[in-house]
Design a protein around this ligand. Structure first.
Ligand SMILES: [Zn+2]
Length: 249
């Protein structure tokens, strides 16, 4: 058993909450820092299904990547997630943009999954650049990404250029393309807009849009195991709830 505050401190050591971006909302967003925790659920999003999963599996705390409260609340309906958390006495710690730039965070995990070497995190930005072991065509690169992440499908753009240098930005990272365009042959992100695809194509850069969920869910298991190794009096489990929500036909 450990207090919510001890788990908060442990996360703060590897992904300091004060490194989150200004627009963000991170930290203990719901609950009691003095409450004792025997079991904690690690997830990407806190949905009603995830709150029910936490309750049925005996978790007093949920640790999520996406903030359970982002915009200021003007009301608190009884079926809203913050209300459900409070009524069931479940606390929520959210590590968002501070986790994106952490050495064990979303971008670091994506680089690891893709097998990138010489990975360089761009300072104060949730972006990394790394090198593939073997140069390959854009199509083969897209296949490699799909397999490495177990994507049901992904969108990519073809290019003449062989792919060796890869930029990554998990989540909605389309805009980050411009910051590293001169360093990369391909850019992997969770969400990209049409005008960003056009810009990338003009620059001869291959885009792999893997979906927001696939780009970030990969952080949950390493985060749970890191916390288990630091606080062995608490059981950390990864949520089974499917918040990808997207099907491909
Ligand atoms: Zn995200």
């Amino acid at each position: 058993m450990a207090k919510v505050s001890e788990i908060y401190s442990s996360i703060n050591k590897i992904a300091p909450f004060d490194t989150a971006m200004d627009f963000d909302n991170v930290g203990l967003l719901c609950g009691d820092k003095n409450k004792e925790v025997t079991k904690a659920l690690v997830c990407l999003d806190i949905t009603r299904a995830v709150v029910n999963e936490a309750e049925s599996s005996g978790c007093e705390l949920i640790i999520s990547h996406h903030p359970v409260i982002f915009n200021p609340l003007k009301s608190l309906p009884c079926d809203s997630v913050p209300y459900l958390l409070a009524s069931k006495g479940i606390s929520a710690i959210c590590a968002h943009t501070n986790l994106d730039i952490s050495p064990i965070g979303t971008n670091a995990q994506l680089a690891r999954k893709l097998g990138l070497a010489a990975v360089e995190m761009i300072e104060n930005e949730p972006i990394a650049v790394g090198i593939l072991k073997y140069e390959m065509s854009a199509k083969n690169f897209a296949k490699h990404v799909k397999e490495a992440l177990g994507c049901k499908g992904l969108r990519y753009t073809d290019t003449e250029r062989r792919i060796k240098r890869v930029g990554i930005c998990t989540g909605a990272g389309g805009d980050m393309l411009y910051k590293i365009a001169d360093k990369i042959d391909a850019f992997v992100t969770g969400e990209i807009k049409h005008h960003q695809l056009i810009a990338a194509d003009n620059m001869g850069i291959c885009i792999a849009d893997i979906g927001h969920y696939r780009s970030e869910f990969i952080v949950c298991a390493p985060l749970a195991s890191m916390l288990s190794s630091r606080i062995n009096s608490v059981e950390f489990i990864v949520s089974h709830a499917d918040t990808e929500l997207t099907e491909y036909i």
